[in-house]
Ligand binder design. Structure first.
Ligand code: EPZ
Length: 425
């Protein structure tokens, strides 16, 4: 079974390079369906989720080729508008092909994406947008079907600034006739990256990164070549690593603007965070950090995808901290596992109160989801003794060579078993 064995207490020193963003790569690969011909996407991380998305694209007729961090998608021939159930169930982001298929084919039939460990993950805002653009929506037998001979531009208000809904509606609207306005849109950097990709194909998307997107539909798009934005969540995870384990790290290939919330919070804890002239970030632990409160919010607030990792840091800080998760309803699955390592955490509704401990003790713990897994690895770096983190395929979904990068800067961490065996269960 795929596990990581970590011997804690070793300070980190050295440089790590952050890869391209998973959560930009997935919608951008889906968007490649919007034109015939071959689009090439560069700096795509080698992750299980990327492999799944490439499988979804191939299953509906696109020709996909991958070499390391470059993916080429030839979407000239789309032979189906209904990707197979097992692939969609394997990864909810597969649902991001709905908008492009609806725009390109006039039809899409996709299995209802299930919930997952962190929440029910509804798609009502995605469907609200498709319906506003004129699609007929039918739900039945675990499938959703959307049909529209021609999508018409419309004004859509998102009750919540959903990242996926903003992306799906944007991708449907770029080939619609007329103008679409998405209000209360998500502002994440991955939204901006998708908009930049679409515009490089000939789309007219304006306002990405603000709460109002304006999309002028065009008759067709052209294939393109595009490099994905660096992964701010991977970067933030590596910024927390020296803060919890000790030592210092230089983190390369980052956009410091995207890291403001984590930079501010680490500084509040007493951790040194400096931006180097070459754009890399220098992070150094200066004695035991102080506990600080965080509240996760849509961008530009503190990212929910760094909540678990930051909580791991708070478990060994001096004093207490209150961690409030406002984006997902069940994103504290890592708490029980951290408590197995001696963490002092009490959940009160959507908040977790963390009492900093002098130390954590190594234990056998289990990944429950992608970011919880990363948090447990970080906790293992700081814990006294050995920690075994099992079900590590969760981490493989979002981090390329996570343990190798940590080992390269001094962590005592080895991988045992294989992800394939893990997933075969
Ligand atoms: C994206 O998920 C990311 N995934 C998530 O990253 C990230 O945590 C999340 O955005 C928030 O930033 C990808 O980009 C592939 P949402 P998404 O729609 O789009 C509610 C990771 O670890 N909602 O912004 O699914 C929903 O219930 C993953 O890399 C509706 O109510 O997130 C949730 O409470 C985990 N109706 C909130 O919005 C809808 O139709 C945020 O969801 C859609 C969403």
């Amino acid at each position: 079974m795929g596990s990581l064995i970590i011997k804690g207490g070793v300070p980190l020193h050295g440089r790590v390079r952050v890869g391209g963003a998973k959560n930009a790569s997935l919608p951008i690969l889906a968007a490649s369906l919007l034109s015939g011909g071959s689009s090439t996407v560069e700096d795509v991380p080698e992750l299980l989720d990327v492999e799944t998305m490439c499988g979804v694209l191939s299953s509906i007729g696109a020709r996909v080729s991958r070499s390391r961090n470059k993916v080429t998608v030839d979407a000239t021939e789309i032979s189906s508008f209904s990707p197979p159930y097992d692939l969609v169930r394997a990864m909810r982001a597969s649902f991001l092909v709905m908008g492009p298929l609806l725009a390109r084919m006039g039809c899409a039939r996709i299995a209802l994406p299930g919930g997952c460990a962190i929440g029910s993950r509804p798609i009502d805002l995605h469907l609200k947008g498709f319906a506003a653009l004129g699609a007929e929506i039918e739900i039945g037998y675990g499938q959703i079907e959307a049909r529209a001979d021609r999508l018409e531009g419309a004004r859509v208000y998102l009750d919540f600034p959903s990242v996926g809904a903003t992306e799906n509606i944007m991708m449907a609207a770029v080939l619609a006739s007329g103008t679409t306005m998405i209000e209360n849109a998500a502002q994440e950097p991955e939204i901006v990256d998708l908009a930049n990709f679409l515009n490089s194909m000939g789309a007219h998307v304006r306002g990405a990164g603000t709460t109002v997107l304006r999309i002028e539909g065009v008759p067709e798009l052209e294939p393109t070549t595009y490099m994905v934005v660096p992964d701010r969540i991977e970067a933030g995870t590596f910024m927390i690593a020296p803060a919890i384990a000790g030592g210092s790290l230089v983190i390369e290939n980052v956009v410091s603007e995207h890291l403001k919330p984590i930079t501010a919070k680490l500084r509040e804890c007493g951790v040194t965070v400096n931006e180097n002239d070459d754009g890399s970030m220098f992070v150094e632990r200066n004695g035991r950090p102080r506990g600080v409160d965080i509240k996760t919010m849509p961008y530009p607030g503190f990212p929910t995808d760094l909540q678990a990792q930051f909580m791991a840091l708070m478990t060994t800080c001096s004093g207490s901290s209150v961690i409030t998760e406002t984006v997902f309803e069940n994103r504290f699955m890592h708490v029980a596992e951290l408590m197995r390592m001696g963490a002092g955490i009490k959940i009160d509704g959507r908040s977790a109160i963390v009492e900093g401990q002098n130390k954590l003790l190594g234990a056998q713990v289990k990944c429950t989801d992608l970011r919880a897994g990363a948090a447990l690895v970080l906790a293992g770096l700081a814990a006294e003794g050995q920690t075994e983190v099992s079900d590590i395929y969760h981490v493989d979904r979002g981090y390329e060579n996570f343990h190798s990068k940590l080992a390269s800067v001094g962590a005592d961490i080895v991988r045992v078993g294989s992800a394939e065996a893990e997933r075969a269960v």
